[in-house]
Design a protein around this ligand. Structure first.
Ligand SMILES: [Zn+2]
Ligand SMILES: [Zn+2]
Length: 915
């Protein structure tokens, strides 16, 4: 028996590994086939190419499109596995039916159920409004707009069929739509469809909660709902929150993300503490209460205010009422019909906008409740600016929302005040959610609070740790009489980007870069750098798959410090370098060479271009809150705010375009740009384009000169004189321009580290007893404090290299993770804290005031005396400390046009692709 189990296990392991290797082989074969086809393919059809590449690389697919195929098994409610297909289908129907308050009925009973179903469209009727009727033209337009290659509903009519002859299809369908609109009753077949289960993620199998459902509806039915949707969009603009993105054109997730970042940095600059509370609603689309949208016979008076604004006319409202009654679904392949009573029917073209109506009503109600309790976040004041005058400052800072995710921006003067504020406001919001039948899920990646790092994480904040050691706040929900644990996190993934407690851009940049590299690396050898594929094709694919997203997301980034912008520029060049191959680290192509080969513009101009596009959208569509936040941030921090970045863009363009140079000397160059967007919105993008083409010309000149001076390889930099490099290494002949370059060389080549690192074993400075939360920060402190470092030298011998490595191990690990894009590893750098306890005495202190007979050999053995050479080393270190001031040479690397003389290369020596 045991032997057979062992054999079975062995076979299983063998099967797993062989299936995996076969999958790998298959993929390699496909990619090679693809590469050979790309060679012949026409560049004119980039869409087909793009689709083919995506098929080859499933990881590059959008996160929401899962191609995971679950096993046909499911766990029942009691935890056992369903034994036959009938039980399985029943379980699915039960689970999804419960979400939408469904009841299983017989097909024959449907008419009877329908006649008593709510809401009643004839309520308040009769209804007739000419604008609510569809026109033949609108039907034709909607047919043309139907996306192809989508699954069909139970009637089997596909979009492709209607596309064959749009005129005939529209003429055939129009009578049905007209009858539906006049009779306030759509065909029963349009009221439902087949339900398909989609796995949310491949890791958790067989449990119903790991799946969500999508409704496959009749295409003509969808078409009708699309016509209704276009009628609703206009009235949604009236009720939509200022920072609610997703339904209206012009306001995307990047607007909301930028508002959050701006608010965070603005609050920090104003010396206040910032808290961001992110909310996640469980199965929000499925649990939508239809009574909140359309009038019903058992009408609640408080809901009426909302209803008036849903649709432009009572007739349209009645049409919406009609499509919300008698809705049904059927599990794919099952006979039983489930009649549903709530939910916006995800999969339907109307689902998102109906949900957005209801959701904005909820958010408004919650905001009013916050305001009545005095918990509305105050609007930061902004200096009067000469631009964007037409945008009124908002009454209060509203929620930022996208689909069913929303964020509440909070600030307070002190950390404890902030936590109390978050506790009170979240309690209120949770209660409101419960009251309208929504459930918030509390978890580190769902509903969680991000508290700025300057609050610290001390006991005064009133935070509690749960069983897993996660810090958080207890939230009381008075409606459900329940307590929830709101986790307090250091980093959060919000709308595709990473927000961190210290509000810097580094973690987000690493995350986005690692994602871009993840798309680049698997195809690097085979496709992007393959010399036998035309350069144009490769560039096109690289741009489409990798670069465009990376650059696009940077437009809504606030870099904060110059170092992050430099980091971004470096990443940009590294990504373009994916088109090239090189043999060794020394032969890494020069950044100019990379951009010249790729025919790409320089990173600052690419950034300026993306920001110009964003700016145009902002000026046209708002939102007003974001505009106000940007202005307010700019007022307190003219250099490092988003509007301040426009000034940087001006400088980058002015290098190549003379008229822009004149703009730079204007009293307020940022205002000049914004004015230009209003008067001629194409002027600024045109200047950037001009600058890009001049940059390309300069690159050619640079390449020509380089070719003349150096026929092969990389041109060596002119030999600097000794005065240029005053810092000489005492162990070899190397000389350096700056002291820190010498220190870096000594550490790398000779293993000689900065003295402070030899005396910092933990995150607490043993001399002044301050806790810095990380060895690196403690080291930074001792490096700059002569007093502390000398005292430490009197307490302990310098640590060996192995000991230093041990002390640093944890942080080195974390830095590596962050660099790889694992943002969860981020830890907030909270302010240094004093620790308690007596300081360790030095030898002099121990012997102070003792008579000679009191000084025993035992006591002497316990004291420590540093070697004179160590003290001399430390004193020399501090005496030679230089003050270098801010860097001026490298900050403007991309602000200098490429010149004939080869400048210092910014390329990173270590490339992930070097073999
Ligand atoms: Zn040396
Ligand atoms: Zn100290």
């Amino acid at each position: 028996m045991d032997a057979s189990i062992a054999r079975a296990l062995d076979c299983f392991t063998w099967l797993t590994s062989s299936v995996r290797s076969l999958v790998k082989q298959d993929r390699v074969a496909y990619l090679q086939g693809l590469a050979s086809r790309v060679t012949l393919a026409d560049v004119q059809r980039p869409k087909d190419l793009y689709a083919a590449v995506r098929r080859a690389f499933p990881g590059a697919r959008a996160a929401r499109r899962a191609n995971f195929q679950a096993l046909p098994a499911v766990l029942l409610a009691d935890g056992t596995t369903a034994l036959d297909p009938a039980t399985r289908v029943l379980r699915w129907a039960e689970y999804f039916g419960e979400q939408e308050a469904g009841e299983a009925i017989e097909l024959a009973d449907y008419p009877q159920h329908f006649s008593s179903a709510q809401p009643d469209p004839s309520l308040g009727g009769p209804h007739f409004e000419i604008a609510a009727l569809p026109t033949l033209q609108s039907v034709e337009q909607q047919i043309l707009a139907l996306p192809a290659r989508k699954a069909v509903g139970p009637d089997g009519i596909a979009a492709e069929l209607l596309h064959v002859s749009v005129v005939h299809s529209a003429a055939a369908l129009y009578p049905v739509y007209l009858k539906t609109a006049l009779g306030l009753r759509e065909p029963a077949a349009w009221r439902g469809g087949n339900l398909i289960c989609l796995a949310k993620r491949a890791s958790s199998l067989m449990s119903c909660s790991a799946f969500r459902s999508i409704l496959l509806e009749s295409v003509p039915g969808k078409l009708w709902h699309r016509i209704l949707r276009s009628q609703l969009t206009a009235s949604f603009a009236g009720v939509c929150l200022d920072l609610q993105a997703g339904q209206l054109p012009g306001i995307g997730t990047d607007s909301v993300a930028l508002a959050v970042r701006s608010y965070q940095q603005l609050t920090k600059r104003r010396g206040r503490r910032c808290g961001l509370v992110f909310y996640d609603v469980r199965a929000a689309f499925y649990m939508l209460l239809r009574q909140t949208l359309v009038p019903t016979t058992e009408q609640d008076a408080t809901l009426l205010g909302l209803l008036d604004r849903l649709a432009p006319s009572a007739h349209t409202t009645a049409l919406i009422s009609d499509l919300l009654r008698g809705t049904w679904f059927r599990m794919d392949g099952a006979a039983a019909l489930i009649l549903t009573h709530r939910g916006g029917r995800p999969g339907d073209p109307l689902a998102d906008i109906l949900f957005a109506f209801s959701f904005s009503a909820y958010l408004r109600a919650a905001e009013q409740a916050l305001a009545s309790k005095g918990l509305s976040p105050p609007v930061p004041c902004a200096r009067d600016t000469p631009f964007w005058q037409e945008w009124e400052p908002p009454q209060h800072i509203q929620f930022g929302a996208w689909a069913d995710d929303f964020v509440n921006l909070r600030d307070a003067l002190t950390g404890p005040g902030l936590c109390a504020d978050i506790q009170a406001s979240t309690g209120l919001i949770t209660a409101h959610a419960s009251a309208v039948g929504m459930t918030l899920t509390f978890a580190v990646d769902k509903t969680a609070a991000l508290i700025s790092s300057d609050c610290g994480r001390g006991a005064d904040l009133g935070l509690r740790s749960d069983d897993t050691g996660q810090l958080g706040l207890d939230i009381h929900d008075p409606v459900m009489q329940a307590w929830h644990f709101l986790p307090v996190v250091d980093s959060y993934k919000h709308l595709g980007g990473i927000v961190t407690a210290n509000g810097t851009a580094g973690t987000d940049l690493s995350f986005r870069f690692s994602k871009a590299q993840g798309a680049l690396r698997p195809l690097y050898r085979r496709l992007f750098s393959a010399p036998d594929i035309p350069q144009k094709v490769r560039k096109l694919l690289l741009q489409a798959l990798v670069i465009s997203r990376f650059v696009f997301t940077a437009a809504s980034q606030i870099f904060g410090a110059e170092i992050y912008k430099r980091q971004w520029c470096r990443m940009y060049v590294v990504l373009w370098r994916g088109l090239l191959r090189w043999s060794s680290a020394e032969a890494t192509p020069h950044s100019y060479e990379v951009l010249r080969f790729a025919a790409a513009t320089n990173p600052l101009l690419a950034l300026a271009h993306m920001r110009a596009v964003f700016l145009r959208r902002l000026t046209r569509h708002g939102p007003a809150t974001l505009i106000h936040l940007l202005k307010a941030h700019w007022a307190v921090d003219p250099v490092r705010s988003w509007l301040g970045h426009l000034h940087d863009d001006l400088r980058a363009v002015a290098v190549y375009v003379a008229p822009v140079q004149a703009l730079l000397s204007a009293p307020c160059p940022v205002a000049a740009i914004l004015e230009s967007v209003v008067t001629d919105e194409h002027w600024w993008p045109r200047q950037i384009k001009l600058a890009s083409s001049r940059f390309a010309d300069r690159l050619e000149v640079w390449a020509g000169q380089r070719g003349r001076t150096m026929p092969s390889g990389i041109a060596p930099a002119p030999e600097p004189t000794e005065e240029d490099r005053p810092f000489a290494c005492q162990w070899c002949t190397a000389r350096f321009r700056l002291r820190k370059h010498l220190a870096a060389h000594a550490a790398k080549s000779h293993g000689i580290l900065c003295p402070a690192r030899h005396f910092t074993p933990t995150s607490t400075c043993q001399a002044c007893l301050r806790m810095y939360h990380s060895v690196e920060r403690a080291c930074y402190h001792t490096k700059r404090s002569r007093e502390c470092l000398l005292r430490l030298a009197h307490l302990m011998p310098p640590m060996t290299l192995a000991q230093i490595r041990l002390a640093d191990a944890e942080e080195v690990q974390r830095r590596k993770k962050l660099k790889k894009g694992q943002w969860q590893a981020f830890e907030a750098t909270t302010p240094a804290q004093p620790t308690f306890g007596p300081r360790r005495p030095t030898r002099a202190e121990m012997l102070l005031g003792l008579d000679e007979e009191d000084v025993t050999l035992d006591l002497l053995a316990r004291t420590f005396r540093p070697k004179p050479s160590v003290l001399a080393w430390l004193n020399e270190y501090f005496d030679e400390a230089s003050r270098e001031g801010p860097r001026t040479s490298t900050a403007g690397y991309w602000l200098q046009p490429p010149s004939g003389a080869p400048s210092v290369s910014v390329s990173i020596v270590v490339s992930p692709f070097c073999e």
